[in-house]
Design a protein. Structure first.
Length: 210
């Protein structure tokens, strides 16, 4: 199965991403708008979920409606910055379970360092949405998805708000089965592995650290 790569083409998403890119935007607003973007991206990334028909009774008449069918869902943020996307995702899919993968990028080597992994016990049966605002070199998302696959997860979608072409290529090479949803595709990485033009350090901007 070959995954698809989707760059969001939506005026609201574009507007909100342009807003948070600005260095003048403070922590409170940055965090709120990251949540709103995650909500909109979740809407797009769930477009092809399976539905089934059910008979329902409105106050007026009986009818056949549609409800979600198929696999149950899970959201897995890559700590820390991925946490900023969880509430927005949950506002759209409130019954999803939430797992956590802790990874940070070593500032010298840019290699991901694992420090936490806690997943729903039945994650292998679920459709898993991995979320992280930033796909830069791809080291973190590639490692997180490898950890999920090692735990038996077979159906994975990855959502990021900004991506660099280098990271997208690496993800497509290493996890060709995973669908990738991108809020905006930027130009390149700089010498420190930051996305250009980007928005800076997403974790620091969400949590007000530096
Ligand atoms: C950031 C970001 C991604 C990673 C992307 O996390 O949230 O997880 O870098 O870079 P990569 O594609 O080159 O791996 P960071 O390591 O800064 O940790 P944090 O979320 O705890 O701030
Ligand atoms: N992580 C971030 O938070 N920002 C970048 O530009 C790259 C990695």
């Amino acid at each position: 199965m070959t995954g698809k790569t989707v760059v969001m083409d939506h005026p609201l998403i574009a507007h909100k991403i342009s807003y948070i890119r600005q260095e003048s935007v403070g922590t409170k607003e940055f965090r709120e708008v990251i949540g709103e973007i995650a909500q909109l991206m979740c809407y797009e990334a769930t477009r092809d979920l399976k539905t089934q028909e059910v008979k329902i009774k409105t106050p007026i008449a009986e009818m056949t409606g549609k409800v979600l069918a198929g696999k149950k869902l899970a959201i897995v943020p890559i700590l820390r910055a991925g946490l900023g996307m969880v509430d927005g995702m949950l506002s759209m899919i409130p019954t999803a379970k939430v797992g956590h993968i802790g990874l940070y990028r070593d500032p010298e080597t840019l290699e991901p360092v694992e420090y936490y992994c806690k997943l729903p016990a039945d994650c292998g049966e679920r459709e898993v949405f991995v979320v992280d605002p930033m796909l830069a070199t791809g080291g973190s998302s590639v490692a997180a998805i490898r950890m999920l696959k090692d735990k038996g997860v077979k159906h994975i979608r990855f959502l990021c708000i900004l991506a660099a072409p280098e990271g997208v290529k690496r993800m497509q090479e290493e996890h060709p089965d995973v669908d990738i949803y991108i809020g905006a595709l930027d130009e390149k990485l700089n010498d420190h592995g930051y996305i250009v033009p980007g928005l800076g350090d997403a974790g620091d901007r969400i949590f007000g650290t530096k």
